[in-house]
Design a protein around this ligand. Structure first.
Ligand code: ARG
Length: 464
């Protein structure tokens, strides 16, 4: 095998150690980005007068051919090379001889690999964002379809207050909206050009790095060449964005696993996204969502792995950083797979309105009873105590508010009047809410409209 650095050594590399330390088996995924970066670098060298216009053109033509060949046939991107950078350079030299050998002038693989990963993330993050947006759109469609259906909300996983089913569904869209933004931020962070940093100290050729940045769609150049050679903050930001998105998908999965379970059955999974048991004929298992929940550990692990790699290295490039690609690719694949399946599960979800609404009634109306008394002039703390005592009585007698006669209400407090019966229902409870972020039907309708408009905007931006 030939390397980019064999001139320095008397002995050929130890074959097993070389093979073990080489990254081509996994960094071949950066092939397209490596070529893109090299095309931009050749322009920089040409503008600086380091190579002639003819050499620049020859290099770019050959690089484009290499790129086309690799795109047409992924098996083309293969060989005993140490890494993808060595592979591209080997092919270029095969085609152009000495002219090909000029491309690496003033450049190092240290800045090159960082650039490649930055280009890769900038190219790939939008697809992840689209997948997240597709889940948001699916949740919004289900929210609209749920109409005025009610269900209980939970705190401490105990029934808390009635809410609209739509409000619950949008509660899972909200964190995903933040994730969408976090992915944008990670994409922006990746958009700083490392070329011009050399191996660590900068480059001795008068290359106009600003124009290379512009050529590559970057809006800035890194601030410091030493920092640039080992900065993987952008990758860590990406991994954090992926991890937190996975955490949110995991919580959505957990909610649905419970609420589709036999004890709740507020929702039902489509058969197509459920699995059976080899032994128990009755089982309908939510394997896809369990896997999403399980894979969240993996995405968080990817983030922790990179942070742990980063924490120990002295300044400047160190080979430890080669590990960055494993975790970035793994997190990307994990999130891509999970977003696709979650979207299908949401699309296939059906609402069991009767079950959900039945569970939205009962003692979880206690706060509304207290609010009723507040409306009659009772201080809230006193109202809380009165209703607390009433709840104790109802629990002891295994009854609910709806079964109370007016005399019984009035025994609890003389402030109760006949209208209490109509005021203490799940529907009245949600209708009484006043704030824009609440489950009030008007507020939820506006939230659905806002979410639909957002999803349409994102879809049209993606189409552009
Ligand atoms: N395969 C290496 C990586 O992924 C490329 C950079 C190599 N640089 C070096 N000085 N050995 O980090």
């Amino acid at each position: 095998m030939s390397t980019l650095w064999s001139g320095r050594f008397d002995q050929a590399p130890d074959a097993a150690a070389f093979e073990w330390g080489s990254s081509f088996s996994f960094d071949r995924r950066l092939f397209e980005d490596d070529v893109t970066g090299s095309i931009a670098w050749s322009r920089g060298l040409e503008r600086a007068g380091v190579i002639t216009a003819a050499e620049g053109t020859a290099i770019r033509t050959a690089l484009q051919e290499i790129l086309d060949a690799g795109r047409a046939n992924p098996a083309f991107v293969d060989g005993a090379d140490e890494d993808v950078h060595s592979f591209v350079e080997r092919l270029l030299v095969q085609r152009l001889g000495d002219t090909g050998k000029r491309l690496h002038t003033g450049r190092s693989r240290n800045e090159q690999v960082s650039l490649d990963l930055r280009l890769y993330l900038r190219r790939r993050i939008p697809a992840l964002q689209e997948a997240v947006a597709a889940i948001i759109a699916a949740l919004t469609r289900q929210a609209r379809a749920a109409g005025d259906a009610l269900m209980p909300s939970y705190t401490h996983f105990r029934p808390a207050q009635p809410v609209l089913v739509a409000h619950f569904l949008l509660a899972h869209a909200a964190p995903l909206r933040r994730d969408f933004e976090r992915l944008s931020t990670a994409r922006h962070e990746a958009g700083a050009l490392t070329l011009g940093s050399g191996a660590i100290a900068g480059t001795s050729y008068a290359v106009d790095v600003e124009s290379i940045a512009t050529d590559l769609g970057f809006d800035r150049v890194v601030a410091n060449s030493i920092d640039a050679s080992s900065d993987r903050d952008f990758a860590a930001s990406f991994l954090f964005a992926c991890s937190l998105t996975m955490v949110h998908l995991s919580r959505l999965a957990e909610d649905l696993i419970i609420l589709c379970g036999d004890e709740h059955r507020f929702f039902e999974f489509s058969d197509a996204l459920s699995t059976g048991s080899s032994m128990m004929p009755q089982k309908k298992n939510p394997d896809p969502l369990e896997l999403v929940r399980g894979k969240t550990g993996r995405a968080v692990g990817d983030l922790v792995a990179l942070l742990t790699t980063m924490k120990g290295i002295p300044s400047g490039y160190n080979k430890d950083l080669q590990e960055d690609k494993h975790v970035v690719f793994d997190a990307e694949d994990t999130l891509a797979g999970c977003t696709a399946v979650v979207r299908s599960v949401i699309d296939g979800l059906s609402l069991n309105r009767a079950r959900a609404e039945a569970a939205a009634s009962g003692l979880l109306l206690a706060t509304d009873v207290a609010d009723y008394l507040v409306g009659k002039g009772v201080p809230f703390r006193s109202a809380h105590e009165i209703v607390g005592a009433l709840v104790r009585k109802l629990i002891a007698e295994q009854r609910e508010f709806a079964s109370l006669s007016l005399d019984e209400w009035r025994a609890a407090s003389p402030r109760f009047e006949a209208d209490v019966v109509s005021r203490v229902t799940p529907g009245a409870s949600v209708a009484a809410k006043q704030t824009p972020q609440s489950t009030a039907p008007d507020a939820v309708r506006r939230a659905i409209e806002e979410s639909e408009a957002w999803a349409a905007r994102v879809a049209s931006d993606a189409g552009r």
